[in-house]
Design a binder for this molecule. Structure first.
Ligand SMILES: Nc1ncnc2c1ncn2[C@@H]1O[C@H](COP(=O)(O)OP(=O)(O)O)[C@@H](O)[C@H]1O
Ligand SMILES: [Mg+2]
Length: 224
């Protein structure tokens, strides 16, 4: 799939840009080859050191995650890695949840479907770790959720020994908490009392962590 695609040819041959690149962020192209449309996440225009150290690492990690996710509903198919610097993915006709107009109702089953997707990748031994970010959850034109951006995901296998296994479980819980947080933002009226309780408890905890972090920052500033 998309075997002849060359990164150097993308500025002339793309059929859309979903997001421009910055010093550290990849450009997201839409391309078409032989009637197949794809999205290409491409680090080749980021800064030299960033591209060759971080960019290559992130693309490799994300590719490994997509290999484990192959065939799951709600996750795009990954076609291939290009020059170690870019990932070609199935295009999901969609809009990111982040840009969803709050006045437009999401289909009722949207968050139940999202929960099913989260269950299914946890069963494959992966935690996404960045689901709170509404840019990584797409609302398909078919009304269904899709999850992208697996570069921060972690695998149960890599984290199998103590204390990392505890860290993994923490991130699994965090993925579920992310669903509650997104529900709070987009369809707060559908939250169950139990979800509201979890939200209040977790927000309280997060606030606590933030207070400690800010105090530490102040102390460090004085020392350095
Ligand atoms: N397979 C895809 N189909 C449609 N849009 C996508 C796809 N992959 C990414 N996008 C779009 O590109 C944006 C950035 O992609 P993402 O993988 O989250 O990059 P980053 O790691 O820089 O955050 C997403 O928010 C989404 O709008
Ligand atoms: Mg993202």
């Amino acid at each position: 799939m998309l075997e002849t695609l060359k990164l150097s040819g993308l500025p002339e041959n793309h059929c859309g840009i979903l997001r421009h690149s910055s010093n550290t962020r990849p450009v997201i192209w839409v391309v078409e080859e032989k009637g197949v449309r794809a999205v290409v996440k491409d680090f080749s225009n980021t800064r030299f050191l960033y591209r060759n150290i971080i960019g290559r690492f992130l693309i490799w990690r994300e590719f490994m995650a997509y290999k484990k996710l192959q065939g799951l509903t709600g996750v795009p198919t990954c076609y291939r890695v290009i020059n170690g610097l870019a990932l070609a993915l199935e295009e999901i006709p969609s809009r990111p949840l982040k840009k969803h107009n709050k006045d437009m109702k999401l289909p009722e089953a949207f968050f139940d479907n999202l929960k099913n997707i989260v269950d299914s990748f946890h069963r494959r031994g992966l935690a996404h770790c960045d689901l709170k970010n509404g840019a990584n959850v797409l609302v398909g034109h078919d009304g269904r959720p899709y999850i992208v951006d697996w570069s921060a995901s972690i695998s149960e296998k890599e984290f199998r020994f103590f204390p990392l296994n505890r860290v993994y479980l923490r991130f699994v819980l965090d993925d579920y908490f992310a669903i509650i947080k997104l529900k709070m933002r987009y369809v707060s009226e559908t939250l169950t009392p139990e979800e509201k309780r979890q939200y209040a408890q977790r927000s309280h905890m997060e606030r606590g962590v933030r207070v400690v972090r800010d105090r530490l920052r102040k102390i460090l500033k004085k020392i350095v």
